[in-house]
Write a protein that binds this ligand. Structure first.
Ligand SMILES: [Ca+2]
Ligand SMILES: [Ca+2]
Length: 242
């Protein structure tokens, strides 16, 4: 089914339930598949393809019981909570996933980003398979991720602060122009990986500027940390660090 939802004169939320594969597409040539000043839930029991832009102005959820393919914008225009949930893998090939000063929640079985970007104050991600968010345009402030099987990698255009990241495999974090920081002025463990931890920043890899100065790793971590510019590396672990 191809569908376009326009509720621009209506302040209510959109609730759409679909039992087969669904494509959200623009059918009236305004380059948007969903335009709504409300929010709501879009749910499909099969694969979901987002082919044109989704712009909403209240909290909303997009749920697929299969894979989710994102090739257009998904934006909360006032910056609230934007939730993407998939039983299969999420693939982002283009478009901007944006929730301004709000939070993007992602619950998935793996995620790959080949182009496009993600921009928000917070990303809270849970995945049962590997996640690779490698767009050079990504701009988050605080990152929290739990990958129960596989690797996690993330690239940010400037500063990125870590709430906590756990991956069964490797963790790789890159700050292209600034620092990788601890989001909290504390000594709780920020990074836990079964495999190698790779951290690459232009400036600091450290804690908060005027508080606890360390970014914490779980004990017995194997870490490679590179500061390419003028920066400090302050890492702490309770056990061995390699
Ligand atoms: Ca950032
Ligand atoms: Ca710290």
């Amino acid at each position: 089914m191809n569908i376009s939802l326009k509720a621009s004169l209506w302040t209510g939320d959109v609730y759409l339930q679909n039992n087969k594969a669904l494509t959200l597409i623009d059918l009236d040539n305004d380059n948007r598949a969903v335009k709504n000043i409300g929010g709501g839930i879009i749910r499909t029991n099969d694969a979901l393809n987002i082919a044109n832009n989704i712009h909403q102005s209240s909290d909303f959820e997009i749920v697929s019981d299969g894979a989710m393919n994102i090739a257009a914008d998904i934006q909360h225009q006032l910056g609230g909570t934007l939730t993407l949930q998939a039983s299969g893998k999420i693939t982002q090939t283009s478009g901007d996933i944006v929730s301004g000063s709000g939070t993007i929640h992602i619950n998935t079985a793996g995620m790959e980003q080949t182009d496009g970007l993600m921009k928000s104050s917070n990303l809270i991600l849970t995945s049962t398979d590997s996640v690779a968010l490698s767009s050079r345009q990504n701009d988050l402030e605080i990152l929290k991720a739990d990958v129960s099987q596989g690797d996690f990698s993330y690239t940010d255009i400037n500063d990125i602060a870590i709430d906590s990241i756990t991956a069964q495999g490797r963790i790789s974090i890159t700050s292209q122009t600034q620092s990788i920081l601890d989001s909290g002025d504390d000594q709780s463990v920020d990074l836990t990986a079964g495999g190698e931890i790779f951290l690459h920043a232009q400036r600091n890899i450290a804690g908060t500027e005027n508080g606890d100065s360390f970014l914490e790793l779980t004990e017995n971590s194997t870490v490679t940390a590179i500061s390419s510019g003028m920066g400090n590396i302050y890492l702490r672990t309770s056990g061995d660090i390699t």
